[in-house]
Design a binder for this molecule. Structure first.
Ligand code: ADP
Ligand code: MG
Length: 720
């Protein structure tokens, strides 16, 4: 058998049970013990310093030097006691994942550990290695990271990590987090204003996020024997196994013990880092799993999700597993997503998407519910852009994947409520009438409580007390979709509040004004609501009739970031200026181009250096077999037919790879980035990837299993 695959499979048989680190105390005793946030500051700072820091966080104000020094001293003592030797500003550059630059606490000159407030507040990473979409060459050559005190610091690998934003010296955001914080502020302001139409006690609204993270886990040795997984995160070749997910017996089935041990281990690490992990279960596909920490403020949930992925990667090494976060590592199996459960919670503790038993609060619920649906409709292209990536293209809008149409599922009960409001909204109220009862919105809570209908095919679904943005890719940084969603909703709520004010100024009773406007919104956004099977062919046709966009690929989807409309939206809410949006757009296009380039080279190399030589060797064996049979006067026509088939597949692969290389040469000369990305998509990816794969996968079925060089699907997917 081909050596790489052979050796990998041999290692599988030598795997021993790896016991997870067992906590010796209940979780409540160690939860967050490796973090330094407000709670720890309160315990270690002077009351005065603590008050200043707390205020700075809640009002987004700058922390003065003295307080920063106090925090630095306290966190240094804490971190050293925990064995930390280094500190780093931890940030989320636009390339995805996270970045850090480590500095030692120890000062060899003075022979003591040092850490000042200025080091806590600001650091200068070597910014030249991070993408900036032309900002730095044109404007300012350097950038800096600045402490985000709203997210707790934490220790990992003896290093104190300080969550930060990353900006250029001219003030342009170069990361994912800075715009997110601003979008959160925008939705807070807009939602607070709308809440105050109903309840004067509301003074702030916090957007929250709970992330369901899907992933595949496969044996490390098998992973290393697949160059495509190592280089690009997904298998570019591989015939479907005889037993795929057809049986659906994997879902919520028992978790293999190796994976269970890994889960226990990483959950323990996560809990110490203050990441509130709870549920664990299998997903639909073999070897696919999910973890879902409890929801938190979006900023923190986003940091925690990034950290969670890091921790999973680190802990998996011990268990000789490899965690795949790619959206579609295996053809023919379900992809992986990162469901973003989102809602808005007031400072008075009310979830604005929770239907309530009070009619007044129900009108408030309906307001936020309808405004969100309208926002998704209005800004569906921006939302589509916010989840666009080379990986997610395999999960949305590809051959076997659901379409990339943004629609909202609300369930039959709420559809009925909206329909009733739309039709009966025009009622005339007499004195003494119960408006809520007349409109049928007094009885939402009962309905919701036994509303269990779920639609797993909807990209954006209402699930009882939250919206779930399910089309987000498993590898994505949640900051991008959350920035887009929060800013869209902020804009819609702002428009709503303005419209109500205008109506009231004309003398309309406030509640009637609200109802009238909601009725208009319900009508205007009706087309985005869809309750049926989002994966069906009929939906694609229906959506087209409704005029909903169906943008199938990343280069075209990303354009929504730089339209006049988006630029106006982002600058109105102070989230990104035009330069920042242009830069982001450029960076994401570059990223896309790079990914397709890498995949294309990998497909060519694997095909020419692994697959074709194997097929030729096997063909030679068949040829001598055919000759032998002929010499004995035995019918060899079947063997000859196979030799021919192999020849044809080899010829097709050779021709396609050559053509693909020529196309790459042509496209690399294109100057305009968007045009280049589109060309990579249409003329490299779409034109060649699947057709080359078709012939390779056919060869996999023809060639002797002993000789096949790549670890097969059945070997990767059914963990032992
Ligand atoms: P599912 O049934 O879709 O698997 P779960 O109830 O397990 O959903 O919750 C999934 C995620 O949604 C979790 O992270 C959970 O904390 C989060 N979640 C629950 N309620 C809310 C809410 N009101 N706002 C935001 N996220 C929420
Ligand atoms: Mg869910």
């Amino acid at each position: 058998m081909a050596t790489l695959r052979q050796k990998a499979l041999e290692q599988l048989n030598t795997r021993e049970t790896i016991t997870p680190n067992k906590p010796d105390r209940p979780a409540s005793a160690f939860f967050g013990e490796n973090t330094f946030g407000l709670k720890q500051m309160q315990a270690t700072l002077s009351p005065d310093a603590y008050k200043k820091v707390k205020e700075a966080i809640s009002k987004g104000k700058k922390i003065d030097e003295e307080s920063a020094d106090a925090v630095a001293a306290a966190v240094k003592t804490w971190a050293l006691a925990k064995g930390a030797t280094h500190y780093t500003h931890w940030f989320q550059p636009l390339t995805g994942s996270t970045a850090e630059k480590h500095d030692g606490f120890f000062d060899p000159l003075d022979q003591i550990e040092k850490f000042k407030g200025s080091k806590l507040v600001q650091q200068e990473p070597d910014a030249s290695s991070f993408p900036n979409g032309g900002i730095r060459s044109t404007f300012e050559a350097r950038g800096y990271t600045a402490w985000d005190p709203s997210s707790p610091m934490f220790i990992i690998d003896e290093t104190l990590c300080i969550p930060t934003i990353f900006v250029s010296y001219t003030g342009e955001a170069l990361d994912n987090k800075a715009p997110l914080l601003k979008a959160m502020k925008a939705v807070d302001e807009a939602a607070t204003k709308v809440c105050r139409l109903f309840d004067r006690n509301v003074s702030s609204v916090t957007p929250v996020l709970g992330v369901e993270q899907e992933y595949f886990a496969i044996d490390e040795a098998l992973y290393h024997a697949r160059p495509d997984l190592v280089m690009g995160g997904r298998t570019v070749f591989g015939h479907s196994p005889a037993r795929g997910q057809q049986l659906d017996d994997h879902y919520f089935g028992s978790i293999p013990s190796r994976v269970r041990n890994f889960m226990k281990d990483f959950e323990f690490e996560c809990l110490k880092l203050g990441i509130p992990v709870t549920t664990r279960h299998n997903e639909v596909a073999p070897s696919q799993f999910e973890v879902a920490p409890v929801f938190e403020e979006i900023n923190i949930a986003t940091d925690h999700n990034q950290l969670l992925m890091d921790v999973m990667g680190k802990v998996s090494e011990k268990h000789k597993l490899k965690i795949l976060f790619h959206e579609k590592p295996f053809k023919g199996l379900n992809g992986s997503g990162k469901h973003n459960n989102w809602s808005l919670i007031t400072n008075t503790g009310v979830n604005l998407f929770q239907p309530s038993s009070s009619a007044r609060e129900n009108l408030q619920f309906l307001t936020f519910f309808v405004c969100t649906i309208k926002a998704v409709d209005e800004y569906s292209k921006l939302l589509r852009a916010s989840i666009a990536s080379a990986g997610n293209d395999h999960r949305l809008g590809a051959n076997e994947a659901p379409p990339a149409i943004v629609s909202v599922f609300v369930g039959s009960e709420l559809t009925a409520v909206l329909n009733e409001l739309e039709e009966n909204g025009n009622i005339k109220l007499k004195k003494g009438d119960n408006m809520y009862m007349k409109l049928g919105i007094d009885k939402i809570p009962e309905i919701i409580l036994d509303n269990t209908d779920r639609n797993r095919t909807s990209p954006f679904a209402f699930t009882g007390n939250k919206f779930e943005f399910r089309a987000v890719g498993s590898e994505a940084n949640t900051a991008q979709p959350m920035t887009a969603l929060n800013i869209a909703v902020a804009e819609q709520l702002t428009q709503f509040a303005d419209a109500v004010d205008a109506e009231v100024a004309k003398g309309t009773e406030k509640r009637l004004a609200i109802i009238n406007i909601l009725r208009d919104y319900i009508k205007e956004s009706k087309k985005v609501r869809f309750e049926g099977d989002g994966y069906s062919e009929e939906w694609v046709e229906e959506a087209e009739k409704r005029g909903l966009p169906n943008i199938k690929d990343t280069p075209r989807a990303l354009h929504a970031y730089v339209t006049k409309e988006s630029k106006a939206l982002f600058s109105k809410h102070n989230v990104c200026n035009e330069i920042e949006l242009d830069a982001r757009h450029e960076i994401m296009l570059e990223n896309y181009i790079m990914k397709i380039q890498i995949e294309s080279r990998m497909i060519g190399d694997l095909a020419l250096n692994h697959i074709i030589p194997t097929a030729v060797n096997y063909q030679n064996k068949l040829i001598s077999n055919a000759n032998g049979l002929k010499g004995l006067g035995i019918d060899n026509s079947e063997v000859v037919a196979n030799i021919k088939k192999i020849s044809e597949h080899i010829a097709s692969i050779n021709a396609s790879v050559k053509e693909m290389i020529d196309e790459r040469r042509r496209i690399n000369k294109i100057e305009d980035l968007e045009e280049k990305a589109i060309a990579y998509c249409d003329d490299v990816k779409v034109k060649f990837f699947e057709s080359i794969r078709y012939h390779v996968d056919k060869l996999e079925l023809l060639v002797d299993d002993e000789d096949w060089p790549l670890v097969k699907y059945r070997e990767m997917l059914f963990l032992r």
